[in-house]
Design a binder for this molecule. Structure first.
Ligand SMILES: Cc1cc2nc3c(=O)[nH]c(=O)nc-3n(C[C@H](O)[C@H](O)[C@H](O)COP(=O)(O)O)c2cc1C
Ligand code: SF4
Length: 684
């Protein structure tokens, strides 16, 4: 029977039939090797194609020129050798009926000069972009001519790779640096009025058309409202939209609202957890109405209901569910099979996007198979033989272990000391802005319920309780407790960031928060302290505060705290705390001054000292069980890394395999705990 679901209706884009209305917009996960999309890249896109997405816009900022060096390991579209690699991606997606396009760009000033070929960064003005920091060269005529040629060459390569089309990036990159009066100070035919400022883009489009012909699909992903004084206004953006359409050389508009020259601005374009869903949907719809032209759009539309509404109401032609597909590649398949409730939700953590800048490649906070398609499964196959798996701890790692073991067909029992599942994630989700994190737990609980996992809440498991279960496999996922023992004296006078987040301790008077873990716990506690009206100083011995929180995730914290009484002190270390006159005297040193800091030590008189220094594992039960296990808790790292079965057998008298995961091993994060679980349990 043909579905009536608006999302599942085909869409005709010129000669190309897109089989439904769901696409992934271009998002460079930073998986290229030597600038080329190799096996890992192909496997990532193929997983989503196989599950039914209609169109995958590959890459993200694939770069057309040598003086546009990648900012986060983008594809080098200026090299001929890219063609065969891309062809493999294209062919494998086409096999599943998914259309494949690619985003091409010149980054202009949005990159750095001290890498790649060490060429000067260019832009239509000398004005620097705050995020990428390069002071650009103001472009000359020959820069313009050669970059137009580079675009056309790159487009031709994409056609040779069997792609269905391309999209030109024009928000924050060179094209719209020409458009915006804020970044174009050129005289002559490429600067001045809008017609002149658009000339570069139109020249690029003409050059591309000459190379790829009329049939090849060419779209533009562009800002139609920079939302800043002096920039491209909404009215001018609509004008730009019409002008693009009127060229007769563009086949679709992919609408962005905002700009990306600072972290806060980027976060408004790609909202993170706690920010409004679908904030620019109506704006994109207004562009569609004004132009009557094929319109695509994505910006935090993580749920199928909103996506369906957007298509049903005619707001868009194609809807981007990009991070949603990183969290669950099987969205379309699950819609078709009537299993929408099974979709692993994107919680907006934006661990994925923040990582491409800071850590190298994109991973989803709670889908450890994304980006690891060559070694980790999205579909968990059934085991040949059912075993009994006992798990201690129902935090994210324990629940992932339970889910995967249950999908393997094992009998699973989970012990949890608390009355509710979730561990640290439940704590995190107490802050309204981070409440979406609880879906990481809720989704796993629903999956476990569907597979008859047995939970024993309010049960503090001892080794005897586990032995009494006669398990084949035991997984210790007990997490840890905050470690506040960092001072020379006064450890008994401080509280932990968790105490504040949990609401067990109320912020009082003047507060010093010492954070050398640099993670969310400190920022969350800080936000609560600041909101309470307390005077707060956040101190870290690091060069910058909150390094583990990363760029986009820091934005909402700063927005909350910069309006309160908060100061930040970097490069100083809290040394000790003593009681004095009913208050606390905190002595502060510096790693930079080494052992000499004593004379120069600074003092703070405060009412409360809060420490954030990671956790100490709760591992007693692991060590109690170790002698009873066949592997004595040992994990073979080579097998673990390669995704192979664990076969250590150094205690043949043992009764079960024993593994320890997540923070029960050492203080890490949610993704690490979930990855530990998936890679150990997928082969049990
Ligand atoms: C890891 C990652 C990399 C991205 N890189 C690009 C890029 O290179 N070019 C681009 O136009 N958008 C990029 N995006 C933005 C997405 O295309 C999309 O606009 C954004 O994620 C919002 O849509 P969503 O809420 O459906 O994820 C990236 C997103 C992610 C998550
Ligand atoms: S890391 Fe967060 S935002 Fe990114 S895909 Fe996963 S759940 Fe979504």
């Amino acid at each position: 029977m043909t579905s009536k679901d608006p999302l599942l209706q085909p869409y005709q884009l010129k000669h190309l039939t897109l089989k439904n209305r769901i696409m992934t917009t271009s998002h460079e996960p930073a998986y290229p090797e030597d600038g080329m999309p190799k096996e890992r890249y192909r496997a990532y896109h193929e997983a989503r194609a196989k599950a039914g997405v209609a169109l995958t816009m590959t890459a993200g900022s694939a770069t057309v020129s040598k003086d546009s060096p990648p900012v986060f390991n983008n594809i080098l579209a200026y090299k001929d050798e890219v063609v065969p690699w891309l062809k493999q991606v294209t062919d494998s997606c086409h096999e599943h009926g998914t259309a494949v396009m690619i985003q091409l760009t010149h980054l202009g000033r949005r990159t750095g000069w001290a890498k790649g070929d060490w060429l000067p960064v260019v832009s239509p003005s000398h004005r620097r972009e705050a995020s990428h920091r390069a002071f650009p060269k103001k472009m000359e005529d020959w820069d313009i001519d050669r970059i137009i040629r580079d675009y056309a060459d790159a487009a031709e390569r994409m056609k040779a790779a069997g792609m269905d089309g391309i999209e030109l990036q024009a928000y924050g990159h060179l094209m719209d640096q020409f458009w915006s009066p804020l970044t174009n100070t050129l005289d002559g035919s490429y600067g001045g009025d809008l017609e002149n400022r658009m000339r570069f883009s139109l020249d690029v489009l003409s050059a591309i058309r000459k190379r790829v012909g009329d049939e090849f699909i060419v779209g533009v992903r562009y800002t139609a409202d920079e939302m800043v004084a002096g920039g491209i206004s909404r009215d001018e953006g609509i004008d730009i939209s019409r002008r693009l359409k009127d060229t007769g050389q563009v086949d679709f508009l992919n609408v962005i609202r905002g700009r990306i020259d600072t972290d806060p601005a980027l976060t408004d374009v790609i909202p993170v957890m706690g920010m409004k869903n679908s904030p620019h949907l109506d704006f994109a719809a207004a562009v569609r109405e004004a132009t009557g032209f094929p319109t695509f759009h994505a910006a935090k539309i993580p749920d199928v209901a909103t996506a369906r509404y957007a298509i049903a109401e005619g707001k868009l032609d194609m809807i981007g569910m990009t991070r949603a597909h990183m969290a669950d590649p099987h969205i379309v398949k699950k819609i078709i099979e009537g299993r929408e409730d099974d979709i692993r939700p994107c919680v907006g953590a934006t661990y994925c996007l923040d990582r491409i800048y800071q850590a190298g490649d994109a991973f989803c906070i709670h889908n450890a198979a994304t980006g690891r398609e060559l070694s980790m499964p999205h579909d968990i196959p059934k085991a040949e033989k059912s075993r009994k798996v006992v798990i201690v701890g129902a935090g994210p790692g324990g629940l992932e272990a339970a889910r995967v073991a249950a999908e393997r067909g094992h009998e699973v029992v989970v012990f949890e000391a608390q009355s509710d599942p979730g561990g640290q994630v439940r704590l995190t989700a107490q802050s309204p802005r981070r409440h979406e994190m609880i879906s990481i737990i809720d989704w796993r609980m629903a999956q476990c319920a569907a597979h008859d996992v047995e939970f024993r809440f309010n049960t503090w498991a001892e080794a005897e309780d586990i032995l009494a279960e006669n398990p084949d496999v035991v997984i210790i996922a007990t997490g840890g407790l905050p470690d506040t023992e960092v001072l020379k004296t006064g450890n008994d006078l401080v509280v932990s960031a968790w105490d504040i987040i949990a609401g067990d301790v109320k912020p009082t008077g003047k507060v010093l928060l010492f954070d050398d873990a640099g993670d969310h716990a400190a920022m969350q506690a800080a936000e609560i302290i600041a909101e309470s009206g307390a005077e707060l100083e956040i101190m870290t011995p690091d060069r910058s505060f909150a390094p583990e929180v990363m760029a986009m995730n820091l934005v909402p914290y700063m927005r909350a705290m910069q309006q309160k009484d908060v100061t930040f002190t970097v490069t100083y270390r809290l040394e000790d705390v003593v009681r004095e006159d009913g208050r606390l005297k905190a002595r502060v040193g510096s790693d930079y001054l080494g052992g000499e800091w004593g004379e120069l030590a600074k003092e703070r008189i405060v009412d409360q000292v809060v420490i954030n220094h990671g956790i100490i594992p709760m591992d007693e039960i692991y060590f109690d069980l170790k002698p009873h296990s066949t592997n004595l808790g040992e994990v073979n790292h080579d097998d673990l890394i390669a995704g192979r079965v664990q076969q250590e057998m150094n205690n043949p008298q043992g009764k079960f395999q024993l593994f320890r995961i997540g923070d029960a091993v050492s203080s890490r994060n949610t993704h690490a705990a979930i990855y530990d679980a998936l890679r150990l349990v997928k082969d049990l």
